[in-house]
Design a binder for this molecule. Structure first.
Ligand code: NAG
Ligand code: NAG
Ligand code: NAG
Length: 291
């Protein structure tokens, strides 16, 4: 209760400040925006509350969740992934409302799918709307850096019209809302999550390489936590909106320069797209025509 009231005041302060010139992006401490989700002592608050680590070992997985649910907004974190041998380890930074809508949930994902020592971590993005889990819209990429050596920024912009995934401010994927997508476009409030867990049966090379707990604990670190959106009260349905377009650091849409950067990234680094997968989708999903 105290936490959500503080959250209310903080968001309200944003609203009051929202008119006028662009502002710097505000990063939150863990306590200002988040709660433990599971794995109690495996969620560690560091650095005066500005960073948090989550870990996986043979006892438990772990994760944290935003205190509020958001309808649209900009969500970001700088993440440093566990190093060395991490086959089967999944680090997920995502939005979802599965706990509220079991059969027709929405979801937006960054999923990091472990590595075999010496090889790249594979990154996956995905979008589900209103329970469209039989139509996974996965894309996979190699990154242009080693995500275990340093923090890198992973961000999701979700508006009524489009969803953009960014890595270090480079847009890597845009999903335009087109009418033919119907309910497959996420449109209900979601929480933001960060979790680490054992995905042995599918994550690394389709499950060929499992988690080896001799290398545990696997630790993922998060900092520069940003939650800027419309915080929605799920019971009263009222919302307090932070004007994302008033922040200088929040990219709004895609500039012509971004289009080139994104094109280069996708040409060099994208290793899988559901739009190209004729085994799963004999007829590509409607938005694929725009790629
Ligand atoms: C878990 O790992 C610890 C430390 O490596 C070890 O001592 C313990 O026996 C393991 N427990 C199980 C159930 O494998
Ligand atoms: C979402 O799914 C629910 C339950 O299946 C359905 O009643 C509703 O009409 C769907 N909404 C949209 C926008 O498709
Ligand atoms: C949001 O901020 C931008 C830039 O400061 C401003 O142009 C726009 O009118 C604001 N929108 C709302 C709904 O306050």
């Amino acid at each position: 209760m105290a936490n959500s009231y503080l959250g209310f005041l903080l968001v309200w302060a944003h609203v009051l400040l929202a008119s006028g010139s662009p502002k710097n992006l505000q990063t939150l401490t863990f306590d200002e925006g988040f709660d433990h989700l599971y794995g109690d002592d495996h969620v560690l608050i560091l650095d005066d509350g500005k960073s948090v680590s989550i870990s996986l070992d043979n006892r438990t997985s772990s994760g944290f969740i935003s205190q509020d649910q958001y309808l649209h907004g900009y969500f970001s974190a700088s993440i440093k992934l566990p190093s060395d041998y991490t086959a089967g380890v999944v680090v997920a930074f995502y939005m979802s409302n599965q706990e509220l809508y079991n059969t027709h949930h929405d979801e937006l994902d960054f999923e990091f799918l472990g590595n075999i020592r010496g090889q790249n971590w594979v990154v996956q993005t995905n979008v589900y709307g209103n329970g469209s889990t039989s139509r996974g819209r996965e894309e996979r990429y190699d990154l242009w850096f080693d995500p275990t050596e340093d923090f890198h920024k992973y961000s999701i912009l979700w508006t009524k019209k489009e969803i953009i995934f960014y890595v270090d401010n480079v847009p890597i994927r845009v999903v335009h809302r087109i009418e033919a997508m119907g309910g497959d476009y996420p449109s209900k409030p979601m929480s933001l999550y960060a979790t680490i867990w054992d995905g042995s049966n599918w994550a690394t090379m389709g499950g060929k390489y499992k988690v080896n707990y001799n290398y545990a604990p696997f630790i993922a670190k998060f900092s520069d936590l940003v939650l800027h959106g419309c915080a929605v009260d799920p019971i009263e349905k009222s919302s307090i909106c932070d004007n994302v377009t008033s922040y200088e650091a929040i990219p709004i849409g895609i500039t012509p320069k971004d289009v080139i950067k994104m094109g280069n990234f996708r040409k060099k680094c994208m290793t899988y797209s559901y739009c190209e997968d004729r085994v799963r989708f004999a007829t590509p999903l409607p938005e694929c025509a725009m790629h």
